[in-house]
Ligand binder design. Structure first.
Ligand SMILES: [Zn+2]
Length: 236
């Protein structure tokens, strides 16, 4: 069974990684790595609130108000710098370690319109992260690919492609009723993103001349003519 870990045996072979976005974890990869969400916004939130309160008490047009405004701006820029630093380091590491980097196309703007997710998504900076992955990959002649967000990465068993009807957000682990594999929700999603990307690349839809050097897991070809078997709700 393919555990999602590929060891390049030759320099011509590349490793492919799928990355799923999380809120409890910032990112989860198909090889099972989880990167914590640093929640820079939360960390600086209290400080920001305090400075904003101070600002609201200053008289309009006063010099103290100008100073208070600068303090608020300083908290904002510090938050942004910390977040960017984290995103730069993580994207650098992932691009260094892989030849193909696959993410789910989340339509971040659309998600931010959902008030429940707005703060968390803006805070984790997913859009900025994928931008960094993309240009860093391109600089090094590696492939960055986005998989359609309507592709049901969470609900599909990456082993047998059985798809469950529903999988509520609080279910973090599930067992496939078809093949019996136990899944960690986010890791399974990342593996599906990776497999879907390899499938798309193997179809040669874009300039992917080097793609032949990427080792394709045997099951990837199964995806082409697989008929998902619908079953009931997942077992916990
Ligand atoms: Zn299965």
């Amino acid at each position: 069974m393919d555990d999602g870990k590929e060891t390049p045996s030759q320099s011509t072979e590349g490793k492919a990684v799928g990355i799923d976005v999380g809120l409890t974890h910032f990112a989860i990869t198909s090889d099972g790595s989880k990167y914590d969400n640093p929640r820079h916004g939360d960390k600086h939130h209290r400080n920001l609130k305090r400075q904003q309160q101070k600002l609201s008490r200053k008289q309009k047009g006063s010099q103290n108000r100008t100073k208070a405004k600068q303090k608020v701006a300083k908290v904002y820029s510090k938050t942004a710098r910390c977040r960017e630093d984290f995103l730069h380091k993580l994207s650098r590491q992932i691009v260094n370690e892989n030849q193909v980097i696959a993410v789910e196309n989340l339509n971040v703007k659309g998600m931010v319109r959902n008030p429940k997710l707005a703060k968390a998504i803006s805070d984790v900076g997913w859009g900025m992260f994928t931008t960094m992955l993309k240009y860093k990959a391109e600089w090094e002649g590696k492939t960055y690919i986005e998989v359609d967000r309507f592709f049901a990465s969470s609900k599909t068993c990456h082993v047998c492609l059985n798809r469950v009807d529903s999988l509520s957000l609080d279910i973090r682990q599930w067992q496939c009723q078809h093949c019996g594999t136990c899944h960690e929700r986010d890791v399974n999603a990342a593996q599906n993103i990776r497999n879907e990307a390899l499938r798309i690349l193997s179809l040669g839809t874009s300039d992917t001349a080097w793609v032949g050097s990427v080792r394709q897991p045997g099951k990837t070809s199964v995806l082409l003519d697989a008929v998902p078997v619908e079953s009931g709700s997942p077992m916990l």
